[in-house]
Design a protein around this ligand. Structure first.
Ligand SMILES: [Zn+2]
Ligand SMILES: [Zn+2]
Ligand SMILES: [Zn+2]
Length: 247
């Protein structure tokens, strides 16, 4: 499969409106610090295109990555930066299959009441298929929300783990199923030294990578508190918008 990071920013993205910090300026001037909001594209070996979350910048993410059709959407949780862009292609495509926990689907589809996608309620830890991708949602910890998941995607024995938004104390049952992925895409909103409650910092994300023995790790959901991308990547394996990972 092929994984594309469509958006590697946090809830407000980089540049931040009104901010003139070094990182935001790099983003504004065309550097890799420009980060759209969260969305990940997974293309199966058969060519199906699945989105994990649909952040508010989706229109330009689809255009810049030349994506014309979506075969399924998985929502990790009901935060604005993870679903608000759904409208951008639903209006063009109409019948879109959407997957998530019942609570998450209830919340998002209430907000998007004027749209009628094809709803698939999924339980955490129960594997389902889209095309030949085997997908399992696993519970994570992202207060104050109670039902939030990450996503495991397996195709032909290759395993990708996307933590979604989570802090470091991921439930044991989830830790057991995310072991030894070929690729780990981990939430790391800030470098070290910040007090974060709802997300991991970069050090915690790298500890998780070590604990589960990930073969390859990339950090996402990044804020402007990281140094400009080209400097920060000397220290941390940061993703960037449009980054492709062949698994
Ligand atoms: Zn988020
Ligand atoms: Zn800034
Ligand atoms: Zn969130």
């Amino acid at each position: 499969m092929e994984v594309t990071l469509l958006g590697t920013g946090d809830a407000i993205g980089t540049p931040v409106v009104g901010c003139k910090c070094e990182t935001c300026n790099d983003g504004r001037n065309g550097g890799k610090s420009r980060r759209y909001r969260f969305s990940i594209l997974i293309k199966s070996n058969n060519g199906s295109s699945i989105l994990v979350d649909t952040g508010p910048d989706l229109k330009w993410q689809l255009i810049e990555n030349d994506i014309g059709h979506i075969d399924g959407v998985i929502w990790t949780h009901g935060h604005y930066d993870h679903y608000a862009g759904f409208v951008e292609f639903h209006r063009i495509q109409r019948k879109v299959d959407v997957y998530g926990l019942s609570d998450t689907l209830d919340y998002i589809l209430d907000y998007l009441y004027f749209l009628k996608p094809i709803r698939h309620d999924v339980q955490a830890y129960e594997t389902f298929n889209i095309d030949n991708l085997n997908i399992t949602l696993f519970e994570v910890t992202h207060p104050p929300l109670k039902k939030v998941v990450g996503v495991v995607v397996v195709e032909n024995g290759k395993k990708v783990v996307i933590t979604g938004d989570t802090c470091a104390n991921i439930p044991k049952k989830s830790m057991d199923i995310i072991k030894e992925p070929d690729v780990l895409i981990a939430d790391a909103i800030v470098p070290t030294g910040f007090n974060v409650q709802k997300h991991m910092d970069a050090k915690q994300a790298l500890e998780l990578s070590e604990n589960i023995k990930a073969k390859y790790t990339v950090l996402t959901h990044l804020s402007h508190y990281f140094k400009p991308h080209d400097i920060a990547t000397k220290e941390f394996p940061l993703g960037y918008d449009g980054m492709k990972i062949i698994v």
